[in-house]
Ligand binder design. Structure first.
Ligand SMILES: *[C@@H]1O[C@H](CO)[C@@H](O)[C@H](O)[C@H]1NC(C)=O
Ligand SMILES: *[C@@H]1O[C@H](CO)[C@@H](O)[C@H](O)[C@H]1NC(C)=O
Ligand SMILES: *[C@@H]1O[C@H](CO)[C@@H](O)[C@H](O)[C@H]1NC(C)=O
Ligand SMILES: *[C@@H]1O[C@H](CO)[C@@H](O)[C@H](O)[C@H]1NC(C)=O
Ligand SMILES: *[C@@H]1O[C@H](CO)[C@@H](O)[C@H](O)[C@H]1NC(C)=O
Length: 453
């Protein structure tokens, strides 16, 4: 450990992205492993504690003016009615842009929304600044409308949406629930009391939202609670499914799948019913293949599982990696995220592990998309990485718990305060749903063209 600590201290002081380290890769990964261990009180009983449930919301903030008039009831109609703006945004990359001030935000608070997870309720724990809630994403070359909950629910009437992933996926679902709470709260229709698998029903819209806890997306088992770094060691079954979600999602109309943070920890890879290698396991006679090997295969297996679901006809969104923002050290060495403003796009860039994970996601997405197209399945990239990278100010830091509380991840620079930057992920999703009609038409043309040539 001495050796590791010496290296950790080489992290350039005051430099953004302290996680992108110069020291040998293994140590970097070890650090990540340590970090990730601790983010892992991933689900808490707070949601079942609906003491704060309110049927009526006092002073609901006004709907964003831009789009409350054009509520759409069918995707087909969307394609026709909204032709100009859709065409515009089809050519515009909504994921490249800057954060601009938005004095209207936020659109909910911890008193109007009960769905905020304890550890992301930054207001409750005394976060003193509020500017981090007051931004919106401005794509280069077009506008991204602020989320309109009534429009979203109308569009998804009679449909179902599932979030598949880790605690950041849950964070995303809760953000969406809070945005939607201006219109309606769902009722709990979960099949189990296990908080890892929640189902919510928006009864007026017959819209179902669900979350499936699967931090590695595939079958995994904690093999050893200690492991080489005393942070646990996970067995990862790279060619086996996590049936807790794969057996349940067939009837869903939309899947939002995401993962990443859990792969930094020590892993033993299993393939063909045999150990094939590992990531920082320090076991004799087991080859260290690094984390990216396992990450790539896990995503591949998960997306293949979706493509082989017999009755699935939905659209699959891959929500790309959301970088963490520790600065001036790692998570347990004084690292923190104390900024109160977003970066401009010229102030930082995607690099190191963030870039690597993102690239793997893009590559595996393309492969799955190609495969899916043969079966008529659609894939979309919910490409949140760039916008998220620019928000070092959006994490709970030390305001995810009381100061005296003994929590392992004291400064949380991984999850996101609510309200906060990831509310924008719903802006992206709604815009993509609105573009869907147009995109489908384009894809039909494309496949017809190909058949003709
Ligand atoms: C909401 O935040 C305020 C501080 O702004 C805090 O006093 C209150 O306890 C929080 N309420 C809930 C329900 O979290
Ligand atoms: C609600 O939606 C489901 C599909 O998600 C559909 O099967 C069912 O018929 C709908 N119910 C009503 C009352 O519209
Ligand atoms: C299992 O893997 C080990 C090396 O990791 C190898 O020696 C052995 O032959 C493999 N067994 C099978 C059944 O593939
Ligand atoms: C980034 O761009 C802004 C506006 O375009 C400019 O004012 C600023 O100096 C630039 N910063 C850096 C570090 O290049
Ligand atoms: C905090 O928790 C850790 C492990 O959960 C324990 O080892 C330590 O003694 C605790 N510290 C205090 C002050 O309670």
């Amino acid at each position: 450990m001495k050796h590791h600590q010496a290296n950790i201290h080489e992290v350039p002081q005051g430099k953004y992205q302290a996680l992108i380290l110069k020291p040998p890769r293994k140590i970097v990964l070890l650090v990540f492993a340590l970090l990730l261990l601790t983010i892992i009180p991933f689900y808490y009983p707070s949601l079942s504690n609906s003491l704060f449930l309110r049927k009526t919301i006092p002073n609901p903030p006004s709907l964003p003016s831009s789009s409350s008039h054009d509520i759409i009831s069918k995707e087909e109609e969307a394609a026709h009615e909204e032709l100009p703006s859709i065409t515009n945004n089809l050519k515009c990359d909504i994921f490249t842009g800057e954060w601009v001030p938005n004095p209207e935000a936020p659109y909910y608070t911890n008193t109007t929304c009960w769905a905020i997870h304890e550890h992301q309720n930054c207001q409750k724990y005394g976060r003193p600044d509020s500017e981090f809630m007051k931004w919106k994403w401005k794509p280069d070359g077009c506008e991204l409308p602020v989320f309109n909950p009534a429009q979203f629910l109308e569009l998804l009437r009679g449909k179902s949406l599932a979030f598949i992933g880790d605690s950041v996926a849950r964070n995303q679902m809760q953000s969406m629930m809070c945005l939607l709470s201006r219109v309606e709260y769902p009722i709990d229709v979960s099949y189990t009391t296990d908080e890892k698998y929640k189902r919510w029903k928006y009864t007026s819209y017959n819209f179902t939202m669900a979350s499936f806890w699967t931090p590695h997306l595939i079958k995994s088992k904690e093999a050893d609670v200690h492991g080489p770094t005393n942070t646990g060691l996970f067995g990862l079954y790279l060619d086996e499914l996590d049936e807790a979600w794969t057996s349940e999602v067939e009837e869903f109309d939309y899947l939002i799948i995401s993962a990443g943070h859990w792969f930094f920890r020590s892993l033993v890879y299993h393939e063909n019913n045999n150990i094939s290698g590992c990531h920082y396991c320090l076991l004799e006679n087991v080859r260290d293949l690094g984390m990216y090997y396992g990450y790539r295969k896990a995503i591949r297996t998960a997306l293949k599982a979706i493509n082989s679901l017999e009755n699935y006809k939905g659209i699959t969104y891959l929500r790309t990696f959301a970088p963490s923002h520790f600065e001036n050290g790692i998570w347990n060495q004084g690292g923190d995220c104390v900024r109160t403003k977003p970066f401009r796009s010229n102030e930082t860039q995607l690099e190191g592990a963030n870039l690597e994970i993102y690239m793997i996601q893009l590559e595996e997405f393309r492969t799955a998309e190609k495969e899916g197209r043969k079966k008529g399945l659609k894939y979309r990239l919910l490409d949140t990485t760039q916008a998220t990278l620019l928000r070092p100010d959006g994490h709970p830091s030390r305001y995810g718990h009381w100061p005296h509380e003994n929590v392992t991840l004291y400064n949380d620079c991984v999850h996101w305060c609510l309200p906060g930057p990831i509310d924008t992920w719903s802006d992206f999703l709604l815009e993509m749903l609105k573009m869907e009609g147009m995109k489908s038409a384009e894809e039909k043309l494309y496949s017809r063209d190909r058949r003709m040539h």
